[in-house]
Design a protein around this ligand. Structure first.
Ligand SMILES: [Mn+2]
Length: 347
């Protein structure tokens, strides 16, 4: 990380915004991943420790396998489960802190109330092209592993150097470690010297990484492992241009009784092939496909997502959508679309 993302000036503005507020809404992105859940949970716990009334908001309910990251001490509201309560929490807050999410549009149903909110707004994020105009204080750099890591450095700076990592508390540290670990795919990508420093400090402070890895990577259901095998054997298509794609249809998901979050990591697998530099996973949803893109260094997953899938994200890990009815006539046309997009992009 370049430390200019966390300047003393921004930290002063962050601290005074927190001090002057009473009710705070902490907001993460749609289909919250480990980093969104970890960073928002840690932020909420820290604010509660400052005596603030905090509500943690997500556009939709987190996947079962990530629920362990949530804290029983935090009040969570999900727009898909209780839209009016979530909207009321946004309306009632006098400070809004958005994490791991560069733009209101990635908050889906929460977007109108966030836009309408007159509360002071803080952004803590590591995606490209943050919407700076919508926020009063912006902590942003793509040169970091995760929003969780960025929040770690923000909180350390806000707490003052004398406190050290234990000052952040064990639960906060565990949530941040969970977010960083999932976003780096367990130290496989987007890892910087600052990332190892954070991990080292948190382990020294007593965060149990073994227990965390057990919950993150060794607690899946059998169905998930069989689905991963099926997709690699039957579903994987490799193009001579150096790309690969897989299409996870509703029919396949039903057959394997796949739940939200259980295809996590599948999109990374084709990149283990020497010739593949770009991997795309399409996952059928209502009226559209959710698109995940991963790339090796030197190829931009982000550009592919922007040009062909109404999306964005990070240089080597991005996402978007493919709309049935507008981008493609029906679900069966998805394969031709993705194949042509990859061939055009790599030509
Ligand atoms: Mn993230």
């Amino acid at each position: 990380m370049r430390m200019e993302a966390v300047t003393q000036e921004y930290i002063r503005a962050f601290r005074s915004a927190v001090q002057q507020s009473t009710r705070i809404a902490v907001v993460g992105h749609t289909h919250p991943d480990g980093d969104a859940l970890g960073s928002c949970t840690a932020m909420s716990l820290w604010l509660a420790g400052q005596g603030k009334e905090v509500t943690c908001l997500f556009p939709d309910t987190p996947a079962d396998n990530l629920l362990f990251i949530l804290s029983p001490e935090v009040k969570y509201l999900c727009f898909d489960a209780d839209a009016s309560a979530a909207q009321e929490a946004v309306q009632a807050c006098d400070l809004l802190i958005q994490l791991d999410c560069n733009h209101f549009s990635r908050t889906e149903g929460l977007e109108p109330s966030l836009k309408a909110s007159t509360a002071r707004k803080i952004l803590i994020d590591h995606h490209l092209n943050p919407d700076r105009d919508s926020f009063d204080v912006v902590f942003s750099t793509p040169d970091i592993s995760s929003a969780s890591e960025l929040l770690y450095w923000v909180l350390k700076a806000a707490e003052g150097d004398t406190l050290g990592p234990l000052g952040l508390g064990m639960t906060i540290g565990t949530a941040l470690m969970a977010g960083m670990t999932t976003d780096t795919n367990n130290f496989a990508n987007s890892v910087f010297p600052s990332t190892f420093q954070m991990a080292s400090e948190l382990i020294a402070a007593g965060v149990n990484r073994d227990a965390l890895l057990q919950q993150l990577y060794n607690s899946y259901r059998e169905n998930r492992v069989r689905l991963m095998g099926y997709m690699q054997y039957e579903g994987l298509k490799v193009l001579p241009e150096g790309a690969a794609y897989m299409i996870l249809t509703k029919e396949i998901m039903d057959r394997f009784d796949l739940r939200e979050g259980e295809s996590e990591g599948l999109v990374n697998v084709p990149l283990t092939i020497g010739t593949v530099k770009l991997s795309v996973l399409l996952k059928e949803d209502d009226g559209h496909f959710r698109v995940s893109v991963r790339s090796k260094k030197g190829t931009s997953a982000q550009q592919l997502a922007v040009r062909f899938f109404h999306g964005g994200g990070h240089e080597n890990a991005a996402g978007g959508k493919l709309f049935i009815g507008t981008d493609i006539v029906d679900a069966d046309a998805a394969e031709t679309y993705v194949m042509n997009a990859l061939k055009t992009f790599l030509a």
